[in-house]
Write a protein that binds this ligand. Structure first.
Ligand SMILES: CCCCCCCCCC/C=C/CC(=O)SCCNC(=O)CCNC(=O)[C@H](O)C(C)(C)COP(=O)(O)OP(=O)(O)OC[C@H]1O[C@@H](n2cnc3c(N)ncnc32)[C@H](O)[C@@H]1OP(=O)(O)O
Length: 386
């Protein structure tokens, strides 16, 4: 079954401007030729438009060529075919001609959205463009990496993992003195995007888990090796990997609205981000067990009392107070800060890399377990939330 799109087997969700569909449009009727042209245009798109749009295109194509959904409903574990079936079935008895017109309209709006989103705004030379899931700026000696999928609570999809690695590597070489990670919107991050589990390659779930472990190891490795002061500005709730990584930051400032939650057992998973090593050291083995094994959610005050958070600020003044402080830090001599970080962190580096490798290997096995699969299916079918 084809989506008529490049990389169409991917169900990886990426952020993308909402495309307006005019389902009731009657004024114009697309010809068969327009439809074929639109199909060709889709193949030429340079950027992946994201799963929601791909599913829409798929469903309109099927409706336009075959009429109402005529396939048996796939099983609940067949996530990709189920999503495709749902999208097609949702079109009900939409006439073939309307579906054809909507397909043509969608492709046309898609082409113009992609063209305009790739244009560089004038005067944004200090803003790194080209990121889909991040906003990266460099100002006052500070490189700010902002997670930018607010409608998904800044969940980390595969693209975001890659973009964060890219942004960290760039920040390690730029002329800023310190680097900050923060979130856009009401969440800092809801952790790993659970739809990452749905994009199964031809090699099956084993290959998926193996690739996931390789990605995770490289990702966490970038935090272990980051050479400049790395500060987390935790603007709201943090979940999963966005919490565990905090043990690798040099300072963590949190709004009093933030919470810290690592529900690994609930998800049939195990700790990552070196937290199996850093958390017991930071907060004692028993407190780390409450978080990492029993999934106890901490308030910002509790996380501060346990040493995971450096300081908590009232949400109303959080941004102002934190950025004033960071700007002052960024004026300090950068080489001195770099060398001091090195002497604080370097003797642990080898150990951290070994812990990272072990955690990824254990997680690789966990991702294949029934406990994990069931938890992911429950979330994706909206049977459970944290
Ligand atoms: C084998 C595969 C390997 C793949 C590669 C992996 C590589 C590294 C893995 C590292 C492992 C890390 C472990 C973790 O991080 S565990 C933590 C995982 N996170 C969660 O379990 C959180 C799930 N989300 C929720 O429970 C809730 O969304 C929330 C965060 C409590 C917020 O609830 P609220 O009611 O306020 O908001 P919504 O639920 O309506 O959320 C708004 C929309 O955002 C979507 N969303 C939010 N979080 C996630 C997420 N983590 N994954 C996917 N989608 C998420 C939510 O579905 C809503 O979308 P919608 O508007 O389209 O419905």
């Amino acid at each position: 079954m084809a989506y008529h799109l490049p990389n169409c087997s991917s169900l990886q969700v990426i952020s993308f401007p909402v495309v307006q569909l005019h389902l009731n449009r009657t004024a114009m009727r697309a010809s068969q030729k327009d439809f074929e042209n639109a199909m060709n245009q889709v193949k030429l798109l340079k950027k992946d438009p994201g799963n929601e749009v791909k599913l829409k295109l798929y469903s309109l194509y099927k409706q336009a060529t075959e009429g109402p959904c005529n396939m048996p409903k796939p099983g609940v574990f067949d996530l990709i075919n189920k999503a495709k079936w749902d999208a097609w079935n949702a079109l009900g008895s939409l006439p073939k001609e309307t579906a054809r017109q909507n397909y043509v309209d969608l492709v046309s709006s898609l082409s113009s959205s992609l063209e305009s989103s790739s244009q560089v705004e004038p005067g944004t030379d200090r803003k790194s463009t080209g990121y889909e899931t991040l906003m990266v700026t460099s100002e006052d000696g500070i490189t700010k990496i902002m997670l930018n999928r607010p409608t998904k609570k800044n969940a980390l999809n595969v693209e975001m993992y890659h973009e964060i690695m890219h942004a960290l590597k760039a920040a390690s070489k730029d002329d800023s003195a310190i680097t900050v990670l923060t979130g856009n919107g009401d969440y800092y991050s809801s952790g790993n995007d659970l739809t990452n589990f749905t994009d199964i390659p031809p090699g099956g779930v084993e290959e998926k888990a193996k690739n996931g472990a390789i990605l995770l190891r490289e990702f966490v490795g970038c935090f272990i090796d980051f050479p400049k002061p790395l500060i987390a500005v935790v603007n709201g709730p943090a979940v999963g990997i966005s919490v565990t990584l905090l043990g690798l930051f040099d300072a963590v400032y949190a709004s009093d609205r933030a919470t810290f939650h690592t529900p690994f057992s609930h998800l049939g998973q195990s700790p990552e981000g070196c937290s199996s090593y850093t958390f017991p050291k930071i907060m004692s083995p028993a407190k780390a067990t409450e978080m990492l094994v029993f999934g106890k959610k901490l308030t910002a005050g509790e996380a501060c009392a346990q040493g995971l958070v450096t300081e908590v600020f009232p949400d109303s003044t959080f941004q102002k107070e934190v950025w004033t402080r960071l700007k002052a830090f960024a004026k300090l001599p950068p080489n001195a800060m770099r060398i001091s970080k090195e002497i604080i962190r370097n003797r642990e580096k080898e150990k951290l890399h070994a812990v990272n490798a072990e955690e990824c290997s254990v997680l690789q096995g966990r991702w294949l377990s029934d406990e994990c699969m069931n938890a992911v299916v429950n979330f994706l079918s909206r049977k459970s939330k944290l």
